[in-house]
Design a binder for this molecule. Structure first.
Ligand SMILES: C[S@@+](CC[C@H](N)C(=O)[O-])C[C@H]1O[C@@H](n2cnc3c(N)ncnc32)[C@H](O)[C@@H]1O
Length: 201
């Protein structure tokens, strides 16, 4: 298998990059998740999301990146190696968070992931996706150049990023996921070039 990009090999480097990209946007998670919830994160990386939750919440996660999982475990987090596309790796939880993972997957695997998550989340699924990648979704030379550059930087060693979503693509995707999984409600909000999608079960 091709080696992942350097940011997926050095958790501290990933952490620095992601903090610059999000610029505090994840602080909203505390309100979206609430207090005393059991939270599970498939594709958790090294578990950076934990620090945005209220301390009364429990947090666990799975990922296939051993460097990230070991780093998170050293920091006392409840993380395990596991494939997010296999339902036997899931735990029933109040909230499932899918942060920065959908755009790594094929459309077929996005649908599979959200379908599995919807069976294990009792209250809601919170999806977080970067929407600034819209600039890499066009057909012109500059967009194509950015698409290649983003795919190189964001290569996780597991998935080849097939396409970068435009805002319209994301809208269509979220609507399809809502219909397919019978979510009773979907709230979409935008902060610092990222979208936060609360899908209520
Ligand atoms: C951009 S990182 C996001 C990490 C974390 N959710 C965050 O917001 O910091 C994407 C993660 O998805 C993981 N991943 C991709 N495909 C996976 C799969 N099939 N099973 C488990 N983890 C996967 C990668 O190893 C990587 O850590």
């Amino acid at each position: 298998m091709k080696k992942s990009s350097i940011i997926f090999r050095i958790p501290k480097l990933y952490s620095l990059g992601i903090r610059l990209l999000y610029f505090g946007a994840c602080a909203r998670l505390k309100d979206m998740v609430g207090n005393g919830k059991k939270v599970f994160e498939p594709a958790c990386g090294y578990g950076r999301i934990k620090k945005y939750l209220d301390p009364s919440c429990t947090y666990s996660g799975i990922d296939l990146n051993e460097d990230f999982i070991n780093y998170g475990k050293k920091n006392g987090l409840d993380l395990e190696i596991g494939d997010i596309l296999k339902k036997e790796n899931y735990q029933e939880s109040d909230i499932i968070i899918l942060s920065d993972i959908l755009h790594h997957l094929s459309l077929e695997n996005i649908k599979k992931l959200v379908s599995i998550a919807s069976k294990f989340a009792k209250e809601k699924i919170v999806i977080i996706e970067p929407v600034f990648v819209d600039v890499a979704s066009g057909k012109d030379f500059f967009s194509k150049f950015l698409a290649k550059f983003f795919s190189w930087v964001d290569y996780d060693g597991i998935n080849n990023i097939e396409k970068w979503f435009s805002r319209k693509d994301y809208d269509a995707l979220f609507e399809e996921l809502k219909q397919k999984n019978n979510f009773s409600q979907m709230n979409i909000s935008f902060f610092n070039y990222h979208c936060f999608v609360e899908s209520i079960i």
